[in-house]
Structure formats: structure tokens, C-alpha cells
Design a protein around this ligand. Structure first.
Ligand code: NAP
Length: 308
């Protein structure tokens, strides 16, 4: 696929990024600022970038979203906004449902009216984790947590809106920005001699910088109406224990990582035991090469060192 030089959305010239203060939003902004990869190609079609978070644009406010999209001639909406507090969501069901379940439908309706493309981020938590082979986009969803159910509701809201959309399901997202597993392990490992980390949950980490690059690639390649779901994470498979061990080893921290089972860490939300995503579809359709999770992790840790 290549970019339609006249752009399929007529005279729409803007890209709206929501949730820009989150870890993915910040990585996406950094990627746009860098001009790397397919940024130039995307900006040749949509030269104006609009970065928003809840203060500038609450994605739950239907009138505000429609007004923003129309006033700024938005041709591409990239939704990085979400309610991501997985355990808290078990108590804040309404709030999680509004942001994850309903607001994507508001963005999709605005996209549908204006002719914009919506790229939305979803999660491995839409699956129940009972598989032992990587999940494809066609596999049955069956979320076991409020977070997973609300994210799946968001997918349905988009699919039923009639807009042109791409939903990217990702897993175990981390970045130098925000709060995430990598930063938590770095902090705890610098404070303690040993850390217990679960080894009975298996998945694949995703460097948010890699996801940001893929979002731009997809945004730059689509020229026709689309309604599709794709999986994206880094390559390979690991447990949280393996992930933590790699973080600590690379960082040279003197902290022992101990493998333990999940029952040592009772949590409100049930997490998928297995959530590896099959990426064959995205690799084939967009010609994307995906880095192994270890390579992507080391890159992130190096960048964090450089930022110190
Ligand atoms: N983190 C993971 O491990 C993971 C894994 C799989 C998929 N995902 C998905 O990946 C996407 C990006 O996640 P992330 O980790 O970057 O999330 P994040 O760091 O929590 O960022 C989300 C951003 O959205 C903002 N936001 C919340 N409600 C909003 C509203 N009503 N209007 C506008 N902005 C609002 C948040 O603001 P506040 O902070 O003020 O609430 C925050 O700045 C999400 O769709 C998430 O579900 C994440």
C-alpha cells in the first residue's frame, strides 16, 4: 500500500493524537519530532499535528471531539488515551467503561462523519489467556477483567460506527516515559537485595517507541477505507521473571530476582496467564520487521541512561 497523494479524505490535513501525556502518546510525539521512518511520508499527506490530553480534549465529550475534528480538518485520529489502571478498574467500572468502552465510539463517530481514519490501541487483555499458542486476530475474545471487558467494548464501538479504522492490540507496554514494569523494577531493584517476580504469566513486552513507529507506518500506508484489527508486540516470549532478570542484568544492579507464582501476589484483576500475540498479519500486510523484545528493551534502557 502507498499513500494516496490527493488523500482519501479530501482536504483533511490534520493528525489528532489523544492521550499525549501517557507513555505511548509521549513516544509518538518523540517519534514525530525525530522525523524518522515514515514520519515524512505521513506528514506529506497530513502536515498538521495536534497533540491533546484530557485538558485540551476530553475524548468522552462527544460535542468537543466533533468540533475539534471538524475545526482542525482532522484526517487521522490516533487514540493513545485510555484508562489503564487495571486493578483500580475493578472498583471504577463506570469510569473505565466511559473512557475505554464508550469514548472510542465517540472518536469513531467523529471519524465516520468527517471521513478520517481512526487508529486505536487495544490490548492482549481482551483474551482469557487460556491458550498455549500465540493469539491471532481471529481468536475468540473473552476478557476476565473490567479493564479487558471495557477495552473490548471500545473495539466493538469502533467496529459498529462505520468509520475507517485500524485497531492495534498490544501487550506489556513500556517506555522511558510514565509508570510501567521496567521503571518499577529499576526502582525496586535499586532499593532492595532481592525481588520476587512471577514466572507463571507469559507474554511479550512491547517497547512503546516500536509501537509508535508502527502506528506512523500504518497511518502513512493506508489509502483506502479499512476496518481491521492487527496484533503488535515485540518478538519472542518471556515471563515477567525473565523480563525483570534482563532489566536488572543489563542495568548492572545488584539485586537477586526470585521466580514465584502469581498466588504470592493476589491482585484485584485477573490477568491472562498467557497472552503472546501472533504478528504474522501485520508483518505481511505492512512489510514490518519487528525487533526481539530483548533488543528493544536494551535500546530503551540505553536511552534512559542517555537521558540521565
Ligand atoms: N500499559 C500497558 O501495559 C498496555 C498494554 C496493552 C495495551 N495498552 C493500551 O495502550 C494504549 C496506551 O497506553 P499507555 O500505557 O500509554 O496509557 P497511559 O500512560 O495511561 O496514558 C493514557 C493517557 O490518556 C489520558 N486520558 C485518560 N482519560 C482521558 C480522556 N477522557 N480524554 C483524554 N485523555 C485521557 C491519561 O490521562 P491521565 O493519566 O490524567 O488519566 C493519560 O495521559 C492504551 O489504549 C492502553 O489500553 C497498554
Amino acid at each position: 500500500m502507498t499513500i494516496d497523494p490527493d488523500n482519501m479524505t479530501g482536504n483533511l490535513t490534520g493528525v489528532l493524537v489523544t492521550g499525549v501525556n501517557g507513555q505511548l502518546g509521549k513516544e509518538l510525539k518523540r517519534h514525530f519530532d525525530s522525523g524518522a521512518g515514515n514520519v515524512k511520508a505521513l506528514l506529506s499527506v497530513f502536515p498538521q499535528l495536534f497533540y491533546t490530553d484530557i485538558e485540551e480534549l476530553d475524548i468522552c465529550d462527544s460535542d468537543a471531539v466533533k468540533q475539534f475534528v471538524n475545526a482542525n480538518k482532522i484526517g487521522l485520529i490516533i487514540n493513545c488515551a485510555a484508562y489503564t489502571a487495571v486493578d483500580k478498574a475493578e472498583d471504577e467500572v463506570d469510569k473505565a467503561q466511559k473512557i475505554n468502552g464508550e469514548a472510542p465510539g465517540i472518536l469513531a463517530d467523529a471519524a465516520s462523519e468527517s471521513g478520517a481514519l481512526l487508529i486505536h490501541i487495544s490490548t492482549d487483555y481482551v483474551f482469557n489467556g487460556k491458550s498455549n499458542i500465540p493469539y491471532t486476530e481471529r481468536d475468540q475474545t473473552s476478557p476476565h477483567s473490567v479493564y479487558g471487558r471495557t477495552k473490548l467494548a471500545g473495539e466493538y464501538a469502533i467496529a459498529s460506527s462505520g468509520c475507517s479504522y485500524v485497531i492495534l492490540r498490544t501487550s506489556w507496554l513500556y517506555s522511558g516515559f510514565g509508570t510501567n514494569f521496567v521503571k518499577t523494577i529499576l526502582r525496586l531493584a535499586s532499593e532492595r537485595d532481592t525481588l520476587n517476580v512471577v514466572f507463571d504469566q507469559t507474554g511479550t513486552p512491547t517497547n512503546a517507541a516500536d509501537l509508535a513507529s508502527v502506528i506512523v507506518t500504518i497511518g502513512s500506508q493506508i489509502k483506502e477505507r479499512v476496518s481491521a484489527i492487527y496484533n503488535f508486540s515485540n518478538e519472542g516470549v518471556c515471563s515477567w521473571y525473565d523480563f525483570a532478570t534482563e532489566i536488572v542484568n543489563y542495568s548492572g544492579l545488584k539485586c537477586g530476582i526470585m521466580p514465584v507464582t502469581s498466588d504470592m501476589f493476589p491482585s484485584k484483576a485477573l490477568r491472562p496467564v498467557y497472552s503472546v500475540l501472533n504478528k504474522s498479519k501485520i508483518k505481511k500486510e505492512f512489510g514490518i520487521e519487528i525487533r526481539h523484545w530483548r533488543t528493544a528493551l536494551i535500546d530503551c534502557l540505553k536511552n534512559m541512561d542517555a537521558q540521565k
